[in-house]
Design a protein around this ligand. Structure first.
Ligand SMILES: CN1c2c(nc(N)[nH]c2=O)NC[C@@H]1CNc1ccc(C(=O)N[C@@H](CCC(=O)N[C@@H](CCC(=O)N[C@@H](CCC(=O)O)C(=O)O)C(=O)O)C(=O)O)cc1
Ligand SMILES: N[C@@H](CCS)C(=O)O
Ligand SMILES: [Zn+2]
Length: 756
């Protein structure tokens, strides 16, 4: 055995899984038809890996929605009301993913969170007293046997117990210990079952081992695996980690009876040093040396140098993480050969692994020379003016004046907004018609003028609708955008775009991250015509809508020849120019989304004194530092995992921030209160990732919870995130419930204060 990968993209080269699943949601195909699509994709991918020469192929990396959900489902850890409902198994599964409202009941979806430092999102299992874990066969076994029938003995993969528990939400009636015995039996039964069915290797993913670990956690992991591995059957077991190094538990892990240890040598900066400190001769090192997250060709010489320092005889070459995070193939992309040669997507990374395997065995050395040519000369010509501009930035460029309190008064006078102002996050449903129009424009079937007219009509309809629904601050709806990052990338110089480079973000949703190829700058206004058009239709303020520099960077494939900081500052200057143009054209409220701000924060808190926030926060400040006091700057983050960086978020110095809160039980509110958060806040009052319509009273309850923690004059009312993924009718129903709820609570407050 010499090469493997941790996991492969599952949505299909043409996003077959997305389209089939969405058809199933719309009841256009049956469950059997959907399952057939899944089976076909799995077969295709296994065969592809096989013919690429990957000699150990994973299975159960496939998922109809998400692997965390799969794992909870595999172990039957469902809420009782869903488990006992009349829904079929697959509908129970999707009910947990997206919520369900219908004849079988009314079930909220499980929360969704970012998967470590990626733009992939997993479902957060909700565990309580009634949860129990037990294994009785299921997806992992079915897929193993499916591959076996094709003559491929795969390595089944499963998320490990530590990661499963750490990433789940336990209510206050239970602790991790309550599930330990259950899980020992469940994982034990799984190992025995797979092993008796012929699995030679089983992969247990424990990415959570790359976090800072407490002594109790280390002890839990060691005790658990000691017991589990004592009766593991005949299969060999691989402990797979990724997204960092395992410095806190490396020594202990070596003493456990794993047959293989998978380490990430790309993001795991200390892993090399750890292995050099000793690695048992009887174990196999699955060395993650091909980057599972970037799209650049591997530098073979660098990789060979790294391998040179590792125990050569015991190494299987692997990827640093699952290839889930990169697009399927570059071969079908319309880049010139001169550009294409720099790229490696999932399929090309398979070739890299097999070529590196040849090279480490001193075979086909010509491959090394061709590869080295990519790295000897600079790939792009620099923009010296831009570099100078960045060099000339001074502290004052990062400070907005006057300060928050003074601006707040001026904005209150200028904007005249009511208590609990209502707004939305920016996008409205991207309907079939909107997407079709973009396809028609791309194919030349309609002209740019016709397309623009079509978009304007949508803006007009929705501006009117928002006025009628009683919103205080309107949005234009983002109908002209394919994606909040790709759209900007396409209008900035220095970017390249794939035609089909889709990467799963969650469930059926994918993104096509643009590629930062060179220095980035703005050549002309990007959003001004749409925002000013929308503003011309109403007397209410319409928010300008931009994506912030850190998010543009984090959701693009970044350059590796300059620092992330440098690239982000280039983007920040481009967005700053856009902010100033919007302001000049009469837009008085501008939202600059920083949905991905937290993404590149080091996973280990002990690494937080590193530089990331020291440049990410200033990059955002640079974007809005030059606007007038009366221009209100909003920002938005579609997650609430910023409790521990609240101070940094406040230092972004925005006037208002909206964030996800409904799926996270509003726990962030306590932290806002405790840390005297100054920025005005719009904690999302309903979950937009589910088609479920929130009732007015649910929203009223949510507002009451918010009011218990945040001063009323600091509160905005909005959904969790943009509404582009939702259908029109559910969106309108939900938003009417939102404005009605806000009005009711406003009345309560006014009465309570005796004003009315
Ligand atoms: C807010 N989120 C975002 C994240 N990352 C981003 N880069 N963007 C985000 O908005 N991360 C966190 C959250 C949650 N994540 C997502 C990710 C993706 C979506 C989403 O809605 N994706 C759409 C695709 C969006 C898009 O690019 N649309 C294009 C192309 C549409 C298309 O597929 N066209 C078809 C033809 C369709 C037709 O004819 O009807 C084609 O090209 O073949 C566009 O609109 O032009 C998705 O469907 O997956 C949401 C949240
Ligand atoms: N303005 C964007 C933010 C998504 S995070 C939207 O509404 O879709
Ligand atoms: Zn969002």
């Amino acid at each position: 055995m010499t090469t493997t990968i941790i996991g492969f993209p599952r949505i299909g080269a043409q996003r077959e899984l997305k389209f089939a699943t969405e058809k199933y949601f719309r009841k256009q195909i049956t469950a059997a038809e959907l399952k057939k699509v899944g089976k076909k994709l799995r077969k295709k991918h296994w065969k592809q890996l096989q013919s690429a020469g990957i000699d150990q192929i994973p299975s159960n990396d496939f998922s109809f929605y998400d692997n965390m959900l799969d794992t909870a489902f595999l172990f039957n850890a469902l809420p009782t009301e869903i488990a006992n409902s009349s829904l079929s198994d697959i509908d129970k599964y999707f009910a947990l993913a997206r919520g369900y409202q219908g004849d079988a009941g009314d079930f909220k979806a499980w929360p969704m969170k970012k998967w470590f430092n990626t733009n992939y999102h997993y479902l957060v299992p909700q565990l309580n007293k009634s949860t129990s874990f037990h294994y009785n066969g299921g997806k992992i076994k079915t897929e193993f046997l499916e591959a076996k029938e094709l003559g491929i003995i795969t390595r089944p993969t499963i998320i490990g117990p530590f990661t499963l528990l750490l990433l789940s939400e336990l209510d206050n009636t239970v602790t991790i210990e309550d599930f330990t015995n259950d899980l020992l039996t469940a994982y034990g039964d799984l190992l025995t079952d797979l092993s008796s069915n012929g699995a030679e290797w089983i992969q247990i993913d424990e990415p959570s081992l790359v976090y800072d670990l407490t002594n109790d956690q280390i002890k839990w992991v060691c005790d658990f695996y000691q017991k589990l591995l004592a009766s593991k059957g005949t299969s060999k077991v691989l402990l797979q980690t990724y997204f960092g190094d395992i410095r806190d538990i490396y020594r202990q892990v070596l003493n456990l009876d794993f047959d293989g240890i998978g380490l990430d040598f790309i993001e795991g900066k200390q892993n090399k040093k750890l292995v050099e400190s000793g690695f048992p001769t009887e174990k196999i090192l699955f060395a993650g040396i091909v980057n599972g997250k970037n799209i650049w060709r591997n530098n073979y010489q660098q990789t060979l140098d790294l391998l040179h320092d590792l125990p050569a005889e015991q190494i299987v070459l692997s990827t640093s993480c699952s290839l889930l995070h990169v697009p399927y193939t570059v071969t079908t992309e319309p880049f010139s050969a001169d550009v294409k040669k720099y790229f490696s997507f999932a399929s090309e990374k398979l070739t890299e692994l097999t070529e590196l395997d040849l090279l480490r065995k001193k075979k086909q050395l010509n491959l090394l020379q061709t590869n080295q040519e990519l790295f000897v000369t600079p790939r792009v010509t620099e923009n010296p003016e831009l570099h100078q501009k960045i060099e000339n930035l001074t502290e004052g460029d990062f400070v907005r004046k006057p300060d928050f309190e003074e601006r707040r008064k001026k904005q209150e006078d200028a904007l005249h907004l009511p208590l609990l102002p209502t707004t939305t996050i920016g996008s409205f449903p991207q309907t079939k018609q909107v997407k079709h129009a973009r396809v028609a424009l791309r194919k030349g079937e309609i002209s740019q003028v016709d397309y623009d007219e079509f978009i304007k009509q949508h803006i007009q309809e929705w501006v009117k609708w928002q006025e009628d629904a009683g919103f205080d601050v309107l949005v234009h709806g983002e109908f002209e955008r394919n994606d909040m990052v790709e759209y900007f990338g396409q209008r900035l110089s220095g970017y390249l775009f794939s035609k089909n480079g889709w990467v799963q973000s969650y469930g059926t949703r994918a993104v096509k991250p643009p590629i930062i190829w060179g220095d980035v700058s703005r050549t002309e206004p990007i959003t001004v015509k749409w925002s000013t058009y929308a503003q011309s239709l109403t007397d209410k303020p319409v928010k300008g809508m931009l994506t912030g520099p850190v998010t543009i960077l984090n959701w693009s494939f970044p350059r590796e020849d300059i620092s992330l900081e440098e690239s982000t500052l280039q983007i920040a200057l481009a967005i700053q120019a856009e902010v100033l143009d919007l302001e000049k054209n009469g837009i008085t409220i501008i939202q600059i989304d920083e949905a991905a701000l937290r993404e590149k924060l080091p996973l280990r808190k002990s690494d937080w004194n590193s530089e990331y926030l020291n440049w990410a926060i200033p990059a955002f400040r640079l974007v809005h530092s030059k606007v007038h006091a009366t221009t209100q700057i909003h920002t938005h983050m579609c997650y609430s995992e910023f409790g521990d960086i609240i101070k940094a978020i406040d230092q972004m110095d925005a006037d208002v921030i909206s964030f996800e809160a409904s799926r996270s039980n509003l726990e962030i509110l306590q932290q806002l209160q405790d840390q005297h958060f100054k920025t005005l806040v719009g904690p999302g009052v309903y979950d937009i990732h589910s088609p479920r319509v929130p009732t007015k009273s649910e929203i009223v309850n949510g507002l009451h919870q918010i009011l218990a923690k945040v001063p009323q004059q600091n509160i905005w009312v909005n959904p969790d995130c943009g509404l582009k993924t939702r259908g029109e009718s559910e969106t309108k129903e939900s938003l009417v419930n939102l404005t009605n709820a806000a009005q009711q609570v406003r009345k309560e407050l006014v009465h309570g204060q005796g004003i009315d």
